[in-house]
Design a protein around this ligand. Structure first.
Ligand SMILES: [Zn+2]
Length: 392
């Protein structure tokens, strides 16, 4: 638990799942893909495990050669956001307002926004405008199958479809799709070789169908741009709705995250069943892959783990394992009391150094040895010098 490492059997399962998720991102003709789709007796295990993965989108990572994609990041950045104005958010706002001011009143401007809640459900909001007037707003729920980047792209596609259905489409010279996610804006009109390939390819097809008409623009979020604020506001209402999307397929990015979380979920489950009684008393119920205690200096962490686990220079520990030589050699604390796991709390010499510091922890040892105890434990360690000068 203190190391944040997965148990070996769980780590193996996690690696195996990660490999299977990677196979979903290989081209259909790849030998591994053929192996999991038409299994030989030798590949039966990986076939079964692969089939147990959540259904996800099928992508073709080699549909386009990189040199055929025609994507130049620097040029594209200037295209969607203009030259960097520097400064704070207000300068980006001013630049975007300048852009809006020169957009002809007959052009369509679609503001779109994707959002994700803590429960991983996503949604999209769209606000279609023309000449500063709001023509339509729409909300979409995508369920738990997308990441925020994918939700932004999907919302942009729906926004574009809304503009296509508008009676003003034919009279518009251009249709500007304004997203507040810079990466999604950069990639939007290009074919994708990764996550949400179908969505990006659809936008690309429409852009090819109307050459030069569909343009993308990055709109910085939360700077008071009306259309963006409305899209942001409506999406906040939709993410809790059930998903109307017909396909429950996960996007590639969500599958990758889900697989990554498999190991952590299994580790938490295992910890819940193997939790030592003393850890329960200290409230250490939750397993974490990145325990904060690992940030403590090595000598402090050593004492904290010894106090929690009971494996250290304690009288009971030496007696349990018949370390009679150690008992004679190391002896008791300088206050003449036996060394116990939580003796720090009750040692007179340590308390004399700063009586107030340990007062609360005496009533509730979780404060000094439980979750989020790192700051207090480190303070006590250095202030009382208990472990370095008193109880050696
Ligand atoms: Zn003592």
């Amino acid at each position: 638990m203190e190391s944040g490492l997965l148990a070996p059997e769980i780590a193996l399962v996690a690696r195996s799942k990660a490999l299977e998720a990677r196979i979903r991102r290989l081209d259909p003709a790849h030998p591994l893909n053929r192996c999991v789709n038409s299994p030989s007796p030798k590949a039966r295990l990986i076939y079964r495990s692969y089939r147990a993965l959540s259904p996800s989108e099928e992508i073709d990572p080699i549909q386009d050669a990189p040199w055929d994609r025609g994507f130049n990041r620097q040029a594209r950045l200037i295209e969607v956001a203009g030259p960097d104005p520097g400064g704070d958010k207000s300068s980006f706002k001013a630049k975007f307002l300048e852009f809006l001011a020169v957009v002809p009143s007959t052009d369509l401007v679609v503001f779109t926004d994707g959002s994700r809640l803590d429960d991983k459900s996503t949604g999209g909001g769209v606000c279609l405008t023309r000449g500063g007037a709001i023509l339509n707003t729409k909300i979409f729920s995508f369920g738990r199958v997308l990441e925020i980047y994918d939700a932004e792209a999907r919302a942009a596609l729906h926004g574009l479809e809304l503009a296509l259905d508008s009676p003003f489409w034919s009279s518009a010279r251009k249709c500007w799709i304004c997203l507040d996610n810079l990466e999604a804006t950069l990639q939007l009109t290009y074919r994708s070789c990764g996550t949400s390939q179908e969505t990006f390819n659809k936008v690309n097809e429409l852009a090819q169908l109307y050459p030069g008409k569909i343009q993308t623009r990055w709109c910085p979020s939360h700077i008071g741009i009306l259309g963006n604020e409305i899209a942001d506001k409506v999406v906040g209402r939709v993410v809790r709705l059930p998903s109307p999307e017909p396909s429950p397929l996960l996007c590639t990015a969500t599958l990758k995250r889900e697989v990554k979380e498999t190991g952590i979920a299994l580790a938490k489950k295992l910890w819940g069943t193997t939790l030592p009684a003393l850890y329960k008393d200290l409230g250490l119920y939750t397993w974490s892959s990145k325990p904060k205690s690992l940030q403590l200096p090595r000598e402090v962490l050593d004492r904290l783990i010894a106090a929690r686990s009971g494996h250290g220079d304690f009288t009971a520990y030496h007696l349990r394992y018949f370390h009679f030589d150690s008992l004679l050699e190391l002896g008791n604390c300088k206050c003449k009391k036996a060394k116990t796991q939580f003796h720090l709390l009750f040692c007179k010499l340590a308390n004399n150094k700063d009586p107030k510091l340990l007062a609360k922890a005496k009533k509730n040892p979780q404060l000094l040895f439980g979750h989020h105890c790192e700051k207090l434990f480190s303070l006590v360690y250095f202030k009382t010098e208990f472990y370095t000068k008193i109880c050696l």
